[in-house]
Ligand binder design. Structure first.
Ligand code: QV4
Ligand code: CA
Length: 512
């Protein structure tokens, strides 16, 4: 019995569910469309010193070059080969990034696009990021190589060859997602090519993978290529460490494919999380923050130890994928900071912070007609570097939410309270709520239209604490609001509904 429990615990610690981040580093950040050179610099100058555990990067492999519209971000989801060259950089820049980030304990998680290649109508030629030849009509990708035998054209049963009905799981897995040529992952040859690509990345030193479009692959086919993966490089990771796997499955309920079919392979993205949290913080559909008391499995989310959670992602921040209008993004900065603050304070799931670029959002009939616009770039289509302003924010069109004081400080909060239980919940039966994490941290939100004044049990040791939302502890001074926790653990909070950020967070590392 005890042996079994021990084995189960070891499995959880070491298998594909563990993010492999350094102890005490509990979040990763998605540096969407960043160049490898900029990520290397960011690991060294910002992410490591601020306790970020890793970076999800955009797909590093060769992709179709799309010019109508002009270099959309989504061209990177149309693979041409598994060579490492893209708008983010070439293979030597990629290796340099992995080595430099690993050396400061910030690990790299690759977005692996392996369900499909480019769109059926992409054409033929060398319009690809390394210049490799392809012919989508002939299903010819000589740089892998893949040919007609390696696609699901014969297996898909719809007349269009496209996924037409998401309630038919055969279509969803064997037909084309928005015309993307669907790989025959039942074939050992295809599985081997995918595994070869991923093993090349493991050899370079990456720590894991986001598996794109996992819903569109059979869990058993995925298991077959995942079983071919090597353990992580012993240059940085303990002997026998498995790559972290998290699978992009959008399950909001109501479709035939469920997240839990994928638990055997690794973690899964919990899309209900951002959709529901956005609804609550926007106070839509009669939702209020008081209902967050049983947030997590209590909201019919997947088990916490299987979930990767986020407030928004690169798709749903611009109306792609799932979640709809409730999703909070940097466009609604005040609510967004509350949402990210709540996520990072709450123990549920493994957390991913989004870091975006600006685009000229423009709604026509409720749809953003500029949802395709790619990263900040020069006339020739090359991606602009991330510049850093004197006040530590980013320039050149990069938003860098992960550098916003409130978000960065909450990433640190999560590290400080790691492993502590969810405690001392309080609410006013409306949109004022508070909770603690054992005796390490406490957070209070006021999302009502009136002031919050309350004396609350924080669970923290007596002392003067510095609020890490309005400011932070710098040396022995606090640049923000000070909170006095009394000997009995209680503290008085006063949060105006007009405050720039109507929430307060304190933790033991920001005690004066
Ligand atoms: C269009 C039509 C097709 C038509 C075709 C003809 O939609 O019906 O047959 O033209 O040429 C782009 C275009 C899309 C175009 C397609 C093929 O937007 O209009 O088809 O290319 O040329 C991203 C974008 C997609 C983009 C795709 C490939 O979001 O718009 O398609 O990249 O460039 C579901 C899935 C989920 C998915 C989510 C968006 O279950 O897995 O939709 N999310 C992931 C990624 C996402 C990516 C893909 C999957 C595909 O997070 O970024 O799609 O790799 O919910
Ligand atoms: Ca498929």
């Amino acid at each position: 019995m005890w042996i079994l429990i021990l084995l189960a615990a070891l499995e959880l610690c070491w298998a594909q569910y563990s993010p492999n981040t350094l102890p005490g580093r509990t979040s990763i950040v998605h540096l969407f469309e960043w160049r490898w050179n900029d990520i290397a610099l960011e690991c060294e100058r910002y992410l490591a010193p601020n306790g970020f555990g890793g970076v999800q990067i955009s797909p590093p492999n060769e992709n179709l070059v799309v010019t109508t519209p002009w270099r959309p971000w989504w061209e990177r989801y149309q693979p041409i080969s598994y060579q490492l060259c893209s708008r983010s950089g070439n293979e030597s820049e990629f290796k340099d990034m992995v080595i430099r980030c690993n050396n400061v304990g910030v690990y790299i998680y690759v977005d692996a696009v392996v369900n499909h290649m480019c769109g059926a109508a992409a054409g033929s030629g060398h319009y690809s990021t390394c210049g490799s030849y392809f012919d989508s009509g002939k299903r010819d990708f000589p740089a892998v190589p893949y040919s007609g035998w390696d696609f699901n054209d014969g297996k898909c049963k719809t007349t269009s060859g496209e996924i037409e009905n998401y309630n038919d799981l055969y279509q969803v897995r064997d037909c084309r997602l928005v015309s993307l040529l669907d790989l025959a992952l039942e074939k050992d040859y295809v599985r081997s090519k995918v595994a070869e690509y991923m093993n090349h990345l493991i050899d370079i030193g990456v720590a894991g993978f986001r598996i794109d479009a996992a819903k569109h692959m059979w869990p058993g086919d995925m298991k077959a290529f995942l079983d071919k993966l090597k353990n992580l490089s012993t240059e940085w990771f303990a002997e026998g460490t498995r790559p972290f796997i998290f699978q992009e499955v959008i399950d909001l309920g109501g479709e035939s494919i469920k997240s839990n079919e994928y638990f055997g392979n690794g973690r899964v993205t919990e899309f209900k999380y951002g959709a529901k949290l956005g609804t609550v913080i926007r106070k839509w559909n009669g939702e209020k923050m008081a209902y967050l008391k049983n947030w997590g499995e209590g909201w019919s989310f997947m088990p916490s130890d299987k979930a990767v959670v986020f407030v928004d992602n690169h798709d749903n921040q611009r109306g792609h994928g799932a979640g709809g209008a409730s999703i909070l993004t940097f466009w609604d900065a005040r609510l967004y900071k509350m949402g990210v603050g709540f996520m990072l304070a709450h123990p549920y799931g493994f957390t991913r912070v989004m870091s975006s670029f600006h685009w000229p959002r423009y709604f026509e009939n409720g749809k953003d007609i500029n949802d395709w616009v790619g990263p900040p770039s020069y006339e020739d289509g090359s991606t602009k570097p991330v510049s850093i302003n004197p006040d530590t924010t980013c320039g050149n069109g990069w938003i860098c939410e992960h550098r916003w004081r409130q978000i960065r400080n909450m990433v640190i909060f999560r590290n400080v309270v790691n492993g502590q239980p969810f405690t001392n919940w309080w609410d006013n039966n409306s949109n004022q709520v508070a909770f603690g994490r054992g005796n390490q941290g406490f957070i209070v939100f006021n999302n009502d239209d009136w002031n919050l004044t309350a004396t609350l049990q924080t669970g923290l040791p007596e002392g003067i604490y510095c609020d890490i939302i309005s400011g932070q502890k710098e040396g022995n001074i606090c640049t923000g609001i000070k909170i006095h926790v009394h000997g009995d653990g209680t503290a008085y909070f006063n949060i105006s509904n007009d405050a720039e950020d109507p929430f307060v967070a304190i933790h033991v590392s920001a005690k004066l």
